[in-house]
Design a protein around this ligand. Structure first.
Ligand code: RET
Length: 288
């Protein structure tokens, strides 16, 4: 199969070897659709709640808006890639590779992360106040390691079937950058929790847990063909394909939308504590 499909990802190998059942194909299409639909809903949320926080926190919401727009477009293309790459074959009752169409590839996601990962990481810096670290040092670290993690992972994913050793080496290099990001984020949240209202402190604690949960799902999705097999043979199983789509979608909704909402809630508490009262402001405007 490698001579036919080369560096394409394992979804194509499953399609060529056995095809997809109705359920596997449809669940994948639906969960990919859910992904971009949620981004559009999130876009509205971040626009409509912009003024509920003090002006100095609003860049965080603006960055969420940027993330929603780019994720919406890229996830839409990703869903289209899935439905055009495969075609229903009535003789076998399976979805198989469509002749003449592009193969399926998750690369759109990776390039989307190149925009979204730095935005998501910078975003929190507009809500918290760093006590000891320097803003530009953390920002540069986020930017450098974010880009390093994604580019090395992007290269690696081309080899997931054709050359597992190369796939794992790039995955390992990517993980080194990831660990650096985790270290920086932990520092930012710890410093940010100093001297803010209890409720906002709680939100930041939840953000750290959500961050760990959602960001670890991405390397999980990268490894998916090997989580369903033993040793250096990728599992060409449709269950693994569906599991990867679900993992990516859960990760995207958590790391972009829920994360942004929690940051908005934390900023609302901090705005209130600093005397910003959106309700009164609103009433005053209406009575003028
Ligand atoms: C890769 C390659 C394998 C090793 C590791 C990875 C980590 C990816 C992460 C991606 C996060 C993406 C986000 C996107 C939101 O828009 C590249 C899969 C560690 C952590 C948060």
């Amino acid at each position: 199969l490698i001579s036919v499909l080369g560096n394409s990802t394992f979804e194509n190998y499953v399609a060529l070897e056995s095809g997809f059942s109705e359920m596997a194909y449809q669940m994948s299409a639906h969960v990919l659709t859910l992904g971009y639909a949620v981004m559009l809903a999130g876009l509205l949320y971040f626009v409509l709640t912009l003024k509920t926080v003090k002006a100095k926190f609003r860049i965080s919401s603006v960055l969420s808006v940027v993330v929603m727009v780019s994720a919406f477009l890229l996830l839409y293309v990703q869903q289209q890639n899935w439905t055009t790459a495969l075609i229903y074959n009535a003789d076998t009752a399976r979805y198989v590779l469509a002749p003449g169409a592009d193969l399926f590839n998750n690369g759109y996601r990776y390039l989307n992360w190149l925009i979204d990962v730095p935005m998501l990481l910078f975003q929190i810096l507009f809500v918290v106040t760093l006590t000891t670290s320097s803003f530009s040092f953390i920002r540069n670290g986020f930017w450098f390691s974010g880009a390093g993690m994604i580019i090395t992972g992007y290269i690696g994913q081309f080899y997931e079937v054709s050359n597992p050793v190369v796939f794992f080496i790039w995955g390992f290099i990517s993980t080194v950058f990831f660990i650096h990001i985790l270290y920086l984020m932990n520092k930012v949240i710890k410093e940010g929790q100093e001297g803010i209202p209890e409720k906002a402190k709680g939100y930041l604690g939840t953000i750290w847990k959500l961050f760990l949960f959602s960001w670890f799902l991405y390397p999980g999705a990268y490894l998916m063909p090997y989580l369903f097999s033993f040793g250096l043979e990728p599992a060409l199983s449709e269950t693994a394909v569906v599991a990867r789509h679900i993992t990516y979608t859960v990760a995207d909704i958590s790391s972009k939308v829920i994360y942004g909402i929690l940051l908005t809630l934390a900023a609302q508490e901090m705005s209130k504590a600093e005397g910003y009262d959106y309700d009164t402001f609103d009433r005053e405007l209406n009575s003028q």
